[in-house]
Design a binder for this molecule. Structure first.
Ligand SMILES: [Fe+2]
Ligand SMILES: [Fe+2]
Length: 304
């Protein structure tokens, strides 16, 4: 373990000073989902697993025709789907961060916070897995082809793209989970898990934004163009992956693909995701990292 006396001799880089603050925050407020969640608490037979406004079919004719039990089942399946995307996304992010560590100074605060974040994500993946099991659902796992695509993303996501990828996943997810906090109508165990995740993710988002903001002014024209291309593709792709047709079938809707079509053109669902992306969009725009094409794509998908 490093001692603080030895670091005090050299003035820390600004990004290390920021990482140092995040390390202190992590030491003060972190959770262990194994003991910090009451896994034996019974599920409430009447409560939903997600707030209705973030459910993809909310407000559609299909939703209006559903009984309370069907809505509850759909909310369970949608939560399992969101958590599954969360798990594979954090799996990918940890692989990227591990690789970045090889290019950095292992004695720096920046590297130390990167390791802390990876530890957080390991606990989140376990928390999500336990939660899927606890709500009596099954994960939605990518098939062999999709796993290959997800794994190959590591080849394209380098340097500032790691942070763009991190932000797209974390901020869109964050907006959904913030809606679940302090909602008395929601399953308490879900609200608790989301509270833990929001707290730790706030630091991750700060870390990624800081890294990107420091890098953006000195980017070469090529790096900027490449980053803009990734921004244009990443957010719509992530949103696309959030709605898979299997969850509708598991919720008892016969025409899963038809339900997915309805969900993807549902203005209420677009609004819910748009709130998540708006903050991120404004940040990326300020850094000059959304190009005109990206803006048009984001707008068409209701993300800006
Ligand atoms: Fe996480
Ligand atoms: Fe994170």
């Amino acid at each position: 373990m490093g001692d603080d006396a030895s670091v005090a001799t050299a003035a820390p880089l600004p990004r290390d000073a920021f990482a140092h603050r995040l390390l202190l925050g992590s030491a003060k407020k972190s959770y262990d989902p194994v003991v910090d969640i009451d896994w034996n608490a019974p599920l409430d037979p009447d409560k939903l697993f997600l707030p209705p406004e973030v459910i993809s079919l909310y407000g559609t004719p299909l939703w209006e025709a559903m009984s309370p039990e069907q809505r509850r089942e759909l909310s369970r399946q949608e939560l399992a789907s969101v958590l599954s995307v969360g798990i594979w996304f954090e799996n990918l992010l940890n692989r990227l961060l591990l690789r970045e560590l090889m290019n950095g100074d292992p004695t720096s605060r920046h590297s130390h916070y990167t390791l802390t974040e990876m530890g957080d994500e390991c606990r989140h993946m376990m928390m999500f897995g336990k939660l899927i099991d606890r709500i009596e659902a099954r994960p939605y796992w990518p098939n062999r082809y999709e796993r290959l695509v997800i794994s190959s993303l590591q080849l394209f996501l380098r340097g500032s793209m790691v942070w763009v990828g991190a932000l797209v996943g974390e901020e869109i997810f964050d907006a959904i989970q913030r809606r679940t906090l302090d909602d008395a109508e929601l399953q308490p165990i879900v609200a608790r898990a989301m509270r833990i995740h929001v707290t730790e993710e706030a630091r991750h988002i700060g870390f990624a934004r800081d890294a990107l903001a420091r890098r953006a002014p000195d980017m070469s024209a090529a790096e900027r163009a490449y980053t803009r291309m990734c921004v244009a593709i990443a957010a719509p792709l992530f949103v696309h992956l959030m709605t898979n047709w299997h969850m509708y079938v598991r919720a008892g809707i016969e025409d899963g693909r038809g339900a997915r079509r309805m969900a993807r053109s549902n203005p209420a669902a677009r609004r819910a995701l748009g709130i998540g992306a708006a903050n991120l969009g404004a940040f990326l725009d300020k850094q000059g990292l959304i190009g005109p094409i990206g803006k048009r794509i984001w707008q068409r998908r209701g993300l800006l």
